[in-house]
Design a binder for this molecule. Structure first.
Ligand SMILES: Cc1ncc(COP(=O)(O)O)c(C=O)c1O
Length: 398
Protein backbone atom coordinates (compact mmCIF):
# COMPACT_ATOMS: atom_id res chain seq x y z
CA UNK A 1 0.00 0.00 0.00
CA UNK A 2 1.13 3.55 -0.71
CA UNK A 3 0.79 6.21 1.94
CA UNK A 4 -1.98 7.83 -0.08
CA UNK A 5 -4.17 5.03 -1.33
CA UNK A 6 -5.16 3.12 1.74
CA UNK A 7 -8.12 0.83 1.44
CA UNK A 8 -10.46 -0.81 3.93
CA UNK A 9 -8.10 -3.70 4.66
CA UNK A 10 -5.19 -1.33 5.26
CA UNK A 11 -7.12 0.68 7.84
CA UNK A 12 -8.52 -2.49 9.42
CA UNK A 13 -5.01 -3.72 9.89
CA UNK A 14 -3.51 -0.41 11.11
CA UNK A 15 -6.35 0.10 13.60
CA UNK A 16 -6.85 -3.52 14.68
CA UNK A 17 -6.02 -2.81 18.33
CA UNK A 18 -8.78 -0.23 18.75
CA UNK A 19 -12.40 -0.80 19.63
CA UNK A 20 -14.91 1.32 17.72
CA UNK A 21 -16.42 3.85 18.04
CA UNK A 22 -13.34 6.01 17.58
CA UNK A 23 -12.18 8.90 15.41
CA UNK A 24 -9.07 8.91 13.26
CA UNK A 25 -6.83 11.46 11.57
CA UNK A 26 -4.55 10.04 8.92
CA UNK A 27 -1.51 12.33 8.96
CA UNK A 28 -0.31 10.91 5.64
CA UNK A 29 -3.43 12.39 4.06
CA UNK A 30 -3.37 15.51 6.22
CA UNK A 31 0.21 16.16 5.06
CA UNK A 32 -0.90 15.95 1.44
CA UNK A 33 -3.78 18.37 2.14
CA UNK A 34 -1.39 20.80 3.83
CA UNK A 35 0.94 20.63 0.85
CA UNK A 36 -1.91 21.17 -1.62
CA UNK A 37 -3.45 24.01 0.38
CA UNK A 38 -0.08 25.78 0.50
CA UNK A 39 0.18 25.44 -3.28
CA UNK A 40 -3.36 26.63 -3.84
CA UNK A 41 -2.79 29.72 -1.68
CA UNK A 42 0.26 30.83 -3.69
CA UNK A 43 2.26 33.25 -1.55
CA UNK A 44 -0.69 34.45 0.47
CA UNK A 45 -0.57 34.06 4.23
CA UNK A 46 -3.00 31.44 5.55
CA UNK A 47 -4.95 31.89 8.77
CA UNK A 48 -6.23 28.60 10.21
CA UNK A 49 -9.95 28.37 11.02
CA UNK A 50 -9.90 26.56 14.36
CA UNK A 51 -13.61 25.70 14.21
CA UNK A 52 -12.73 23.23 11.48
CA UNK A 53 -9.95 21.58 13.54
CA UNK A 54 -10.96 21.64 17.23
CA UNK A 55 -7.80 19.94 18.46
CA UNK A 56 -4.81 21.77 19.95
CA UNK A 57 -2.37 19.13 18.74
CA UNK A 58 -3.61 19.25 15.16
CA UNK A 59 -3.42 23.06 15.15
CA UNK A 60 0.18 22.84 16.36
CA UNK A 61 0.93 20.17 13.79
CA UNK A 62 -0.31 22.32 10.89
CA UNK A 63 1.62 25.38 12.11
CA UNK A 64 4.77 23.28 12.34
CA UNK A 65 4.58 22.53 8.60
CA UNK A 66 5.04 26.02 7.16
CA UNK A 67 5.58 29.62 8.16
CA UNK A 68 2.94 30.52 5.60
CA UNK A 69 0.42 29.44 8.26
CA UNK A 70 0.09 32.50 10.44
CA UNK A 71 -2.56 33.10 13.02
CA UNK A 72 -5.86 31.52 13.93
CA UNK A 73 -9.42 32.48 13.12
CA UNK A 74 -11.15 31.41 16.32
CA UNK A 75 -14.90 31.11 16.75
CA UNK A 76 -15.68 32.41 20.24
CA UNK A 77 -14.17 34.63 22.90
CA UNK A 78 -14.01 31.67 25.34
CA UNK A 79 -12.14 29.59 22.77
CA UNK A 80 -9.75 32.48 22.20
CA UNK A 81 -8.93 32.57 25.91
CA UNK A 82 -8.28 28.83 25.79
CA UNK A 83 -6.04 29.19 22.73
CA UNK A 84 -4.03 31.96 24.40
CA UNK A 85 -3.61 29.73 27.45
CA UNK A 86 -2.31 27.00 25.13
CA UNK A 87 0.40 29.35 23.84
CA UNK A 88 -1.15 30.56 20.57
CA UNK A 89 -1.11 34.20 19.51
CA UNK A 90 -2.35 36.28 16.55
CA UNK A 91 -6.01 35.38 16.87
CA UNK A 92 -8.78 36.92 14.83
CA UNK A 93 -12.16 36.07 16.33
CA UNK A 94 -14.27 35.36 13.26
CA UNK A 95 -17.65 36.22 14.79
CA UNK A 96 -18.91 39.00 17.10
CA UNK A 97 -19.14 38.47 20.85
CA UNK A 98 -21.50 40.19 23.26
CA UNK A 99 -20.01 38.55 26.35
CA UNK A 100 -18.52 41.44 28.32
CA UNK A 101 -16.88 39.20 30.90
CA UNK A 102 -14.96 37.27 28.24
CA UNK A 103 -14.12 40.44 26.31
CA UNK A 104 -12.74 41.88 29.60
CA UNK A 105 -10.55 38.81 30.07
CA UNK A 106 -9.33 39.21 26.49
CA UNK A 107 -8.60 42.90 27.16
CA UNK A 108 -6.27 41.75 29.97
CA UNK A 109 -4.47 39.55 27.45
CA UNK A 110 -4.27 42.42 24.94
CA UNK A 111 -2.79 44.61 27.69
CA UNK A 112 -0.20 41.87 28.25
CA UNK A 113 0.77 42.19 24.57
CA UNK A 114 -1.29 39.44 22.93
CA UNK A 115 -2.44 40.00 19.39
CA UNK A 116 -6.22 39.46 19.49
CA UNK A 117 -8.79 41.06 17.16
CA UNK A 118 -12.55 41.14 17.74
CA UNK A 119 -15.12 41.05 14.95
CA UNK A 120 -17.74 43.79 14.55
CA UNK A 121 -20.36 44.89 12.06
CA UNK A 122 -22.76 46.99 14.17
CA UNK A 123 -22.55 50.10 16.34
CA UNK A 124 -23.81 47.94 19.21
CA UNK A 125 -20.72 45.71 18.96
CA UNK A 126 -18.53 48.81 19.13
CA UNK A 127 -20.46 50.11 22.16
CA UNK A 128 -19.83 46.91 24.12
CA UNK A 129 -16.14 46.75 23.22
CA UNK A 130 -15.63 50.46 23.94
CA UNK A 131 -17.17 50.04 27.40
CA UNK A 132 -14.89 47.12 28.20
CA UNK A 133 -11.87 48.90 26.70
CA UNK A 134 -12.54 51.97 28.88
CA UNK A 135 -12.88 49.87 32.04
CA UNK A 136 -9.62 48.05 31.27
CA UNK A 137 -7.74 51.06 29.92
CA UNK A 138 -7.16 49.10 26.75
CA UNK A 139 -7.37 49.96 23.05
CA UNK A 140 -9.04 46.86 21.65
CA UNK A 141 -8.31 45.93 18.02
CA UNK A 142 -11.37 45.21 15.88
CA UNK A 143 -12.00 43.91 12.40
CA UNK A 144 -15.09 44.93 10.41
CA UNK A 145 -16.94 42.07 8.77
CA UNK A 146 -18.09 43.07 5.27
CA UNK A 147 -21.03 41.21 3.77
CA UNK A 148 -19.88 39.44 0.61
CA UNK A 149 -23.23 38.02 -0.47
CA UNK A 150 -24.82 38.97 -3.78
CA UNK A 151 -28.43 39.87 -4.30
CA UNK A 152 -29.72 38.55 -7.62
CA UNK A 153 -33.39 38.78 -8.64
CA UNK A 154 -35.19 36.44 -6.24
CA UNK A 155 -31.95 34.99 -4.81
CA UNK A 156 -29.88 35.91 -1.80
CA UNK A 157 -26.65 34.30 -2.96
CA UNK A 158 -24.48 33.97 0.15
CA UNK A 159 -24.90 33.96 3.89
CA UNK A 160 -26.61 36.36 6.29
CA UNK A 161 -24.02 37.64 8.70
CA UNK A 162 -22.75 41.17 8.43
CA UNK A 163 -24.96 44.23 8.15
CA UNK A 164 -22.22 46.07 6.26
CA UNK A 165 -23.24 45.39 2.68
CA UNK A 166 -22.25 48.69 1.05
CA UNK A 167 -19.50 51.27 1.24
CA UNK A 168 -22.13 53.69 2.57
CA UNK A 169 -22.86 51.45 5.56
CA UNK A 170 -19.14 50.99 6.11
CA UNK A 171 -18.67 54.76 6.08
CA UNK A 172 -21.34 55.18 8.76
CA UNK A 173 -19.69 52.57 10.99
CA UNK A 174 -16.26 54.12 10.46
CA UNK A 175 -17.66 57.47 11.56
CA UNK A 176 -18.88 55.93 14.81
CA UNK A 177 -15.61 54.11 15.32
CA UNK A 178 -13.47 57.20 14.73
CA UNK A 179 -14.75 58.94 17.88
CA UNK A 180 -14.11 55.99 20.19
CA UNK A 181 -10.99 56.03 22.36
CA UNK A 182 -10.69 52.36 23.26
CA UNK A 183 -11.06 50.73 19.87
CA UNK A 184 -8.50 50.46 17.12
CA UNK A 185 -9.41 49.39 13.60
CA UNK A 186 -7.13 46.56 12.53
CA UNK A 187 -8.76 45.61 9.24
CA UNK A 188 -11.67 44.03 7.44
CA UNK A 189 -12.85 40.53 6.71
CA UNK A 190 -15.10 39.46 3.86
CA UNK A 191 -16.14 35.82 3.75
CA UNK A 192 -17.54 34.81 0.37
CA UNK A 193 -19.38 31.73 1.66
CA UNK A 194 -21.25 31.25 -1.62
CA UNK A 195 -17.91 30.35 -3.24
CA UNK A 196 -15.80 29.17 -0.29
CA UNK A 197 -18.40 26.77 1.07
CA UNK A 198 -20.57 25.87 -1.89
CA UNK A 199 -19.46 23.05 -4.18
CA UNK A 200 -20.00 23.53 -7.91
CA UNK A 201 -19.68 19.85 -8.77
CA UNK A 202 -22.19 17.94 -6.66
CA UNK A 203 -22.66 14.35 -7.83
CA UNK A 204 -25.92 14.17 -9.76
CA UNK A 205 -26.25 17.94 -9.44
CA UNK A 206 -26.71 18.43 -13.21
CA UNK A 207 -28.25 21.77 -13.99
CA UNK A 208 -27.93 22.92 -10.40
CA UNK A 209 -24.14 22.73 -10.77
CA UNK A 210 -24.33 24.82 -13.95
CA UNK A 211 -26.49 27.40 -12.18
CA UNK A 212 -24.12 27.53 -9.19
CA UNK A 213 -21.08 28.01 -11.45
CA UNK A 214 -22.88 30.81 -13.29
CA UNK A 215 -23.96 32.60 -10.10
CA UNK A 216 -20.53 32.19 -8.52
CA UNK A 217 -18.85 33.76 -11.52
CA UNK A 218 -21.22 36.73 -11.44
CA UNK A 219 -20.95 37.06 -7.68
CA UNK A 220 -17.13 37.01 -7.67
CA UNK A 221 -17.02 40.01 -10.02
CA UNK A 222 -19.43 41.87 -7.79
CA UNK A 223 -17.99 41.21 -4.32
CA UNK A 224 -14.40 41.56 -5.49
CA UNK A 225 -15.21 45.14 -6.45
CA UNK A 226 -16.99 45.69 -3.12
CA UNK A 227 -14.05 44.38 -1.10
CA UNK A 228 -11.65 46.61 -3.02
CA UNK A 229 -13.85 49.68 -2.60
CA UNK A 230 -14.11 49.01 1.14
CA UNK A 231 -10.33 48.86 1.49
CA UNK A 232 -9.98 52.09 -0.50
CA UNK A 233 -12.66 53.84 1.53
CA UNK A 234 -11.00 52.90 4.82
CA UNK A 235 -7.65 54.22 3.63
CA UNK A 236 -9.26 57.40 2.28
CA UNK A 237 -10.91 57.95 5.64
CA UNK A 238 -7.46 58.00 7.20
CA UNK A 239 -7.38 54.56 8.85
CA UNK A 240 -4.22 52.57 8.64
CA UNK A 241 -5.19 48.90 8.34
CA UNK A 242 -2.95 45.91 7.76
CA UNK A 243 -5.49 43.08 7.72
CA UNK A 244 -7.76 42.19 4.80
CA UNK A 245 -9.01 38.65 5.33
CA UNK A 246 -10.97 36.71 2.75
CA UNK A 247 -12.06 33.33 1.59
CA UNK A 248 -12.13 29.82 2.83
CA UNK A 249 -11.19 26.35 1.62
CA UNK A 250 -13.40 26.47 -1.47
CA UNK A 251 -12.33 29.88 -2.76
CA UNK A 252 -8.53 30.01 -2.49
CA UNK A 253 -7.96 30.20 -6.26
CA UNK A 254 -10.16 33.27 -6.62
CA UNK A 255 -9.55 35.05 -3.30
CA UNK A 256 -5.79 35.22 -3.83
CA UNK A 257 -6.36 37.07 -7.11
CA UNK A 258 -7.31 40.15 -5.11
CA UNK A 259 -4.07 42.07 -4.46
CA UNK A 260 -5.61 43.96 -1.56
CA UNK A 261 -6.34 40.72 0.34
CA UNK A 262 -3.54 40.20 2.89
CA UNK A 263 -4.54 36.72 4.05
CA UNK A 264 -6.92 33.85 3.39
CA UNK A 265 -8.58 31.59 5.94
CA UNK A 266 -8.55 27.80 5.63
CA UNK A 267 -10.04 25.23 7.95
CA UNK A 268 -12.12 22.50 6.33
CA UNK A 269 -9.57 21.63 3.66
CA UNK A 270 -7.28 20.01 6.22
CA UNK A 271 -9.72 17.25 7.18
CA UNK A 272 -11.63 17.51 3.90
CA UNK A 273 -15.04 16.23 5.00
CA UNK A 274 -17.68 15.16 2.47
CA UNK A 275 -18.99 18.70 1.91
CA UNK A 276 -15.67 19.46 0.24
CA UNK A 277 -15.83 16.59 -2.25
CA UNK A 278 -17.86 18.66 -4.68
CA UNK A 279 -15.51 21.27 -6.11
CA UNK A 280 -14.17 21.47 -9.65
CA UNK A 281 -11.06 23.45 -8.68
CA UNK A 282 -9.49 21.04 -6.17
CA UNK A 283 -9.68 17.61 -4.55
CA UNK A 284 -8.33 17.14 -1.04
CA UNK A 285 -7.92 13.85 0.80
CA UNK A 286 -10.33 12.51 3.41
CA UNK A 287 -7.92 12.71 6.34
CA UNK A 288 -10.45 12.50 9.20
CA UNK A 289 -13.02 9.78 9.68
CA UNK A 290 -14.70 7.72 12.37
CA UNK A 291 -15.23 4.03 12.96
CA UNK A 292 -18.34 2.19 14.14
CA UNK A 293 -18.79 -1.48 14.96
CA UNK A 294 -21.26 -3.71 13.12
CA UNK A 295 -23.53 -5.06 15.87
CA UNK A 296 -26.51 -6.50 13.97
CA UNK A 297 -27.53 -8.07 10.70
CA UNK A 298 -31.32 -7.65 10.62
CA UNK A 299 -31.76 -9.19 7.17
CA UNK A 300 -29.82 -10.30 4.13
CA UNK A 301 -27.87 -7.45 2.59
CA UNK A 302 -28.17 -5.17 5.66
CA UNK A 303 -25.97 -4.70 8.69
CA UNK A 304 -26.50 -2.27 11.53
CA UNK A 305 -23.76 -0.26 13.20
CA UNK A 306 -23.86 1.07 16.74
CA UNK A 307 -24.30 4.89 16.83
CA UNK A 308 -23.39 7.14 13.92
CA UNK A 309 -25.97 9.92 13.97
CA UNK A 310 -23.42 12.69 13.87
CA UNK A 311 -25.31 15.12 11.69
CA UNK A 312 -23.67 18.30 10.52
CA UNK A 313 -25.00 21.80 11.11
CA UNK A 314 -26.59 23.79 8.32
CA UNK A 315 -29.72 23.59 6.19
CA UNK A 316 -31.44 20.26 6.89
CA UNK A 317 -30.71 18.38 3.70
CA UNK A 318 -29.33 14.92 2.93
CA UNK A 319 -25.81 16.27 2.62
CA UNK A 320 -25.75 16.74 6.41
CA UNK A 321 -25.67 12.99 7.04
CA UNK A 322 -22.31 11.29 7.59
CA UNK A 323 -21.48 8.86 4.81
CA UNK A 324 -20.11 5.31 4.98
CA UNK A 325 -16.58 5.59 3.61
CA UNK A 326 -14.90 2.18 3.76
CA UNK A 327 -15.43 -0.50 2.68
CA UNK A 328 -16.62 1.18 -0.50
CA UNK A 329 -20.14 0.75 -1.78
CA UNK A 330 -22.09 0.83 1.51
CA UNK A 331 -25.18 3.02 1.63
CA UNK A 332 -27.35 4.54 4.35
CA UNK A 333 -31.02 3.61 4.24
CA UNK A 334 -33.48 6.36 3.28
CA UNK A 335 -35.77 5.66 6.21
CA UNK A 336 -33.25 5.76 9.02
CA UNK A 337 -30.27 7.71 7.73
CA UNK A 338 -27.65 7.81 10.48
CA UNK A 339 -29.29 7.12 13.82
CA UNK A 340 -28.73 8.27 17.38
CA UNK A 341 -27.86 4.75 18.50
CA UNK A 342 -28.06 2.61 15.36
CA UNK A 343 -27.20 3.07 11.70
CA UNK A 344 -28.33 0.39 9.25
CA UNK A 345 -26.29 0.03 6.07
CA UNK A 346 -27.13 -1.51 2.71
CA UNK A 347 -24.21 -3.80 1.93
CA UNK A 348 -24.28 -3.85 -1.87
CA UNK A 349 -21.51 -6.24 -2.90
CA UNK A 350 -19.85 -6.14 0.50
CA UNK A 351 -19.82 -8.89 3.08
CA UNK A 352 -19.63 -7.70 6.67
CA UNK A 353 -20.03 -9.68 9.85
CA UNK A 354 -21.00 -8.76 13.36
CA UNK A 355 -17.89 -7.38 15.04
CA UNK A 356 -16.48 -5.87 11.83
CA UNK A 357 -15.69 -2.19 11.63
CA UNK A 358 -17.12 0.40 9.20
CA UNK A 359 -15.44 3.75 8.56
CA UNK A 360 -17.55 6.87 8.01
CA UNK A 361 -16.84 10.45 7.05
CA UNK A 362 -18.52 13.49 8.58
CA UNK A 363 -20.06 16.20 6.40
CA UNK A 364 -18.12 18.95 8.16
CA UNK A 365 -14.64 19.14 9.58
CA UNK A 366 -14.41 20.26 13.20
CA UNK A 367 -17.83 19.05 14.25
CA UNK A 368 -16.56 15.47 14.25
CA UNK A 369 -14.34 16.43 17.20
CA UNK A 370 -17.39 17.36 19.27
CA UNK A 371 -18.31 13.64 19.24
CA UNK A 372 -14.99 12.18 20.36
CA UNK A 373 -12.54 12.90 23.17
CA UNK A 374 -9.60 11.59 21.20
CA UNK A 375 -8.22 11.35 17.70
CA UNK A 376 -6.18 8.29 16.77
CA UNK A 377 -3.34 9.43 14.53
CA UNK A 378 -1.89 7.39 11.67
CA UNK A 379 1.49 8.25 10.17
CA UNK A 380 3.51 6.35 7.55
CA UNK A 381 0.75 3.75 7.40
CA UNK A 382 1.18 2.95 11.09
CA UNK A 383 -0.50 3.88 14.34
CA UNK A 384 1.30 6.99 15.53
CA UNK A 385 -0.32 8.31 18.73
CA UNK A 386 -3.58 9.35 20.32
CA UNK A 387 -4.32 13.01 20.98
CA UNK A 388 -7.16 15.05 22.48
CA UNK A 389 -9.88 16.95 20.73
CA UNK A 390 -11.21 20.13 22.38
CA UNK A 391 -13.85 17.88 23.93
CA UNK A 392 -11.10 15.64 25.31
CA UNK A 393 -9.57 18.75 26.87
CA UNK A 394 -12.95 19.33 28.58
CA UNK A 395 -13.66 22.27 26.31
CA UNK A 396 -16.97 22.89 24.57
CA UNK A 397 -17.42 26.27 22.95
CA UNK A 398 -20.21 25.82 20.42
C1 LIG B 1 -15.51 33.94 8.54
C2 LIG B 1 -15.08 32.67 7.93
N1 LIG B 1 -13.93 32.63 7.23
C3 LIG B 1 -13.51 31.50 6.67
C4 LIG B 1 -14.21 30.33 6.79
C5 LIG B 1 -13.68 29.15 6.04
O1 LIG B 1 -13.50 28.03 6.77
P1 LIG B 1 -13.36 26.62 6.08
O2 LIG B 1 -12.10 26.60 5.35
O3 LIG B 1 -13.41 25.71 7.25
O4 LIG B 1 -14.54 26.43 5.18
C6 LIG B 1 -15.40 30.33 7.50
C7 LIG B 1 -16.22 29.13 7.61
O5 LIG B 1 -17.39 29.12 7.89
C8 LIG B 1 -15.85 31.52 8.09
O6 LIG B 1 -16.99 31.59 8.81
Amino acid sequence: MGFLNKNYKDYQSILKNFNPPYAVVDLDYLDKNIEDILKRAGNTKIRIASKSIRSINILKYIFSKSRQFQGIMSFTTAETLFLIEQGFNDILIGYPSVNEIEISLLADKINEGKDIVLMVDKAKHLEIIERVGASKNCKIPVCIDIDMSSKFPGIHFGVMRSSINSTQKLKELLKKLSILNHIKLKGIMGYEAQVAGLGDNVTGGGLKNTAIKFLQKKSIVEFTKRRKECVELIKNEGFDIDLVNGGGTGSLETTIQENWVTEVTVGSGFFSPTLFDYYTAFKHQPSAFFALPVVRAPENGIVTCLGGGYLASGSADKLRLPQPYLPEGLKLTTNEGAGEVQTPLILGNNKLNIGDVVFFRHTKAGELCERFNELILIKDNKYHSTINTYRGDNQCFL
